[in-house]
Design a protein around this ligand. Structure first.
Ligand code: AMP
Ligand code: MG
Length: 328
């Protein structure tokens, strides 16, 4: 069944993403202020991950009680006695959005998420680009609705991404939304000012810009560089954390996003929550998304995209040329 732009699914996804956006930014603000959170350990990201997942899962479960949610975290670790301080902090942050929620409730909301895909399910990455979050760079909250292996809607909240390409040092934070068959949109951080976005129409590799992961363990930068040389792409690649890469491709800022598995882990299988939301946002903006062999992405087998290797996203026009260059 197709999802309508004004459906409860879309409204729920937007509201959930806006709340998680605000929660994560509050934690990041405390982190930058050096107050209660230490940057040297992983606690800030842990708190933000859990808090974001609790808020989003609660929202979805309330409105769609029979939908499965496939999400990265569960509360097992959080419930251990040694983690009580973290649980307390997660609960405090969640309380700012859902007053009077107890630690037990917060844990139970986190655990609405599971590891099993279903005929219809939501795929959630409560914080995509953990390392970017900690560095003060890009990260995203990524939520998608998948039905029979097809992504029906996707939303990416990118709290630290410049809203206007022409003013990269200007206002930070935006949302990307796509609904199957209805296009892709960018919105302000509060969900207003919705405008359609489109991939670039670049035909010439000389004008193309590639984007790739910041982390060398997540992608094979050398192979990417070789491919750029082969295709005569002179511009340096734009390194960015998280699915924000899909967003900047969808709004025409870059032309291709390549993710060849890193030599550190050549057999790596991608997680569905790392690509479900981003892929529909790129496709509905006119782009094309496959793995590096040209196969469609597999969102139906399980949490891992077992049938795929790496990721290739382009403006569509350059897709075949890149696939061909990857073969050689
Ligand atoms: P990015 O910010 O694009 O580098 O991607 C972040 C995501 O990479 C995380 O959410 C992880 O799930 C995922 N990841 C972790 N290890 C690897 C790996 N060896 N290769 C590719 N992606 C990975
Ligand atoms: Mg992720």
């Amino acid at each position: 069944m197709d999802v309508d732009q004004n459906s409860l699914e879309v409204m729920t996804a937007i509201q959930a993403a806006i709340q998680a956006f605000a929660l994560c930014e509050r934690i990041r603000g405390d982190l930058a202020g050096g107050e209660s959170l230490l940057k040297s350990d992983r606690s800030p990201v842990t708190i933000a991950d859990y808090g974001s997942q609790a808020l989003i899962c609660k929202f979805i479960r309330e409105r769609f009680p029979s939908d499965a949610i496939v999400a990265e975290e569960d509360s097992r670790e959080l419930r251990r006695p040694g983690r009580s301080r973290i649980l307390e902090q997660v609960t405090d942050y969640v309380n700012a959005f859902i007053p009077a929620s107890s630690s037990e409730e917060v844990c139970s909301w986190i655990d609405f998420g599971s590891n099993s895909v279903a005929g219809r399910f939501w795929a959630l990455d409560p914080i995509d680009g953990t390392k970017g979050f900690l560095r003060g760079d890009q990260y995203a909250i990524a939520l998608a609705l998948v039905e029979k292996g097809m992504v029906k809607l996707g939303i990416l909240a990118c709290p630290n991404l410049y809203a206007d390409v022409r003013h990269p040092s200007g206002e930070k934070g935006c949302l990307f939304l796509a609904v199957k068959g209805k296009g892709s949109f960018q919105m302000d951080r509060t969900g207003v000012n919705k405008r359609p976005i489109f991939v670039s129409k670049t035909r010439s590799p000389s004008e193309a810009v590639m984007t790739e992961s910041v982390e060398p363990d997540h992608a094979d930068h050398l192979t990417h560089q070789r491919l750029a040389w082969k295709l005569n792409i002179p511009k340096p690649s734009l390194r960015m954390d998280s699915q924000a890469k899909y967003g900047i491709l969808a709004r025409g800022e870059v032309t291709l996003y390549l993710r060849v598995p890193s030599p550190a882990e050549p057999g790596y299988k991608e997680n569905i929550w790392d690509h479900a939301a981003g892929s529909i946002i790129a496709e509905e903006a006119g782009g094309r998304v496959t793995d590096v062999m040209g196969r469609p992405l597999d969102f139906s087998s399980g949490i891992k995209m077992e049938k795929n290797r790496g990721i290739l996203v382009t403006n569509g026009i350059l897709h075949e040329a890149v696939l061909k260059a990857l073969e050689m």
